[in-house]
Design a protein around this ligand. Structure first.
Ligand SMILES: Nc1nc2c(ncn2[C@@H]2O[C@H](COP(=O)(O)OP(=O)(O)OP(=O)(O)O)[C@@H](O)[C@H]2O)c(=O)[nH]1
Ligand SMILES: [Mg+2]
Length: 296
């Protein structure tokens, strides 16, 4: 699965980010609460080198709240402060500001001791494409200062934004996510973080149906009227497709996703399931759970 992760502007922006990092006090890393590990970028560890960090989990409105709590605890145990945020509505922004103040307090104290009254601390907002960086910056600023959009690659240049005594840098989504396994790639695609061309929609759709049948079968029952007697364990699309195909068939008939000749348009059904998941119509779903970490 060779993935060319948004080449071109990514390499350039990564270089610019590395340059900016020297003057930055805090790194604010954004990850998606639905897949808090797979949506983090290993590249950041390389760039960050020992700077204080905060982890902001975005899209908590779409994630399973019990799992989000479990993740926050898990991160805490691993020495990482994670904060839950809805970057679209601003829920959690106050909690973030408090955590940021705690983190920069010592710098502010040191500066005051030297007689400097107005201390500016600088933070850099980083994360994979489409994770919600610009939306979060807008919520922090209290107005629309950064352009946002529901596809990766919206922000192209670095932009400083002043928020109280802090200057925050919005960055383009230049960091490559973890794609150690194909399943991580599928989770990212299911969440909408990966451009669709990388995987076939039917493969991602099959993955989502299998995953949901394991962990959230009642949602499939509610939304599509399926009865999940035999949850399907994901292995690969060749093995799983025949097992989920009857569900696809049923969803297609129910929704009228038919091709000419009255056959179910399987591609359209797959895309419909993905859209439902991404828009929260399957309820709040978390695509990786803390207990998966040791299992895998
Ligand atoms: N439901 C929900 N949607 C969100 C949240 N955060 C961001 N979004 C949506 O996700 C999409 C991407 O948000 P952006 O803020 O543009 O993401 P970005 O990280 O700046 O993206 P790039 O600049 O392309 O890297 C937008 O449609 C946002 O409305 C969230 O917490 N909940
Ligand atoms: Mg952006």
């Amino acid at each position: 699965m060779p993935i060319q992760w948004y080449p071109g502007h990514m390499a350039k922006a990564k270089r610019l980010m590395a340059e900016q990092l020297r003057g930055v006090d805090v790194i604010v890393e954004l990850a998606d609460a639905r897949l808090p590990l797979s949506s983090r970028s290993p590249v950041l560890d390389e760039l960050a080198r020992g700077k204080p960090r905060l982890l902001v989990l975005t899209r908590v409105d779409l994630a399973d709240p019990y799992r989000t709590e479990a993740w926050v605890t898990w991160f805490q145990r691993n020495g990482v402060t994670a904060i839950q945020v809805n970057a679209r509505t601003g829920q959690g922004v106050q909690g973030f500001k408090r955590a940021l103040d705690d983190l920069v307090r010592s710098k502010v104290h040191r500066a005051r001791a030297r007689g400097i009254e107005r201390v500016i601390t600088r933070g850099m907002i980083c994360g994979i494409p489409n994770v919600g960086k610009s939306s979060f910056v807008n919520q922090l600023a209290g107005r629309a200062v950064a352009k946002t959009g529901n596809r990766p690659g919206i922000t192209r240049a670095l932009q400083w934004i002043r928020v109280g005594g802090t200057e925050l840098l919005d960055t383009p989504g230049v960091l490559a996510p973890k794609l150690a396994t194909e399943e991580q790639g599928l989770k990212l695609a299911a969440s909408g973080a990966v451009k669709e061309e990388i995987f076939e929609a039917y493969e991602v759709g099959a993955y989502v149906l299998a995953y949901m049948s394991q962990r959230y079968p009642e949602r499939l029952e509610e939304r599509y009227g399926l009865s999940i007697e035999q949850p399907v364990l994901w292995t690969n699309v060749q093995e799983v497709w025949p097992l989920v195909q009857p569900w696809v068939e049923r969803i297609g008939r129910m929704r009228g996703a038919l091709a000419s000749g009255g056959l179910v348009d399987e591609e359209r059904v797959a895309k419909m399931v993905l859209r439902d998941l991404q828009e929260g119509k399957l309820g709040p779903v978390t695509l990786e759970w803390p207990e998966d970490v040791h299992a895998s």
